[in-house]
Design a protein. Structure first.
Length: 154
């Protein structure tokens, strides 16, 4: 796998994790809670859309022939990855947790938000091939069924 491909995969995984973790939260709205099946379908759709947006921007900004500079990667993390992942987390949170699954969903959302908050302080970690800041969030997301959110892929 090329360095660029590995870099994109890492960025997509981070985005997916953030989406998954953001998808799990309780809601104080008065509408009936979604079933788990409905929640998973909507949560994974939110993550899929976010991943596609990140990849579209990345493909426009970066050449396939050249590794991005650190400055380009940092700008991409700050201007594209972080806002998209935050939007995904917010979107999943807004769904509300299925009845009886509030604790599981909250754990996912909290893990994703915590990872993103750390990444906001050091955005370059989102573009490097080092440890995945969303590892815990992704594991929780996949285990719950938010497979798109937990996989980093759309």
């Amino acid at each position: 796998m090329s360095h660029r491909a590995a870099w994109w995969r890492g960025a997509a995984v981070v985005a997916a994790l953030a989406l998954v973790l953001g998808a799990c939260g309780s809601s104080k709205k008065k509408t009936p809670a979604l079933t788990k099946t409905e929640f998973l379908a909507k949560g994974n759709a939110i993550c899929r859309k976010g991943n596609q947006q990140i990849n579209a921007v990345g493909n426009r900004v970066f050449s396939r022939k050249h590794k991005p500079t650190k400055a380009q990667a940092l700008k991409f993390a700050k201007d594209t990855i972080i806002p998209s992942v935050q939007s995904q987390i917010n979107g999943v949170r807004a769904l509300g947790a299925p009845s009886g699954d509030q604790a599981k969903v909250s754990a996912i959302i909290n893990a994703a938000q915590s990872a993103l908050d750390k990444a906001k302080k050091n955005p370059i970690v989102l573009t490097q091939n080092g440890p995945d800041p969303f590892k815990k969030a992704n594991q929780l997301s996949k285990a719950y069924g938010l497979t798109v959110c937990g996989s980093g892929g759309g």
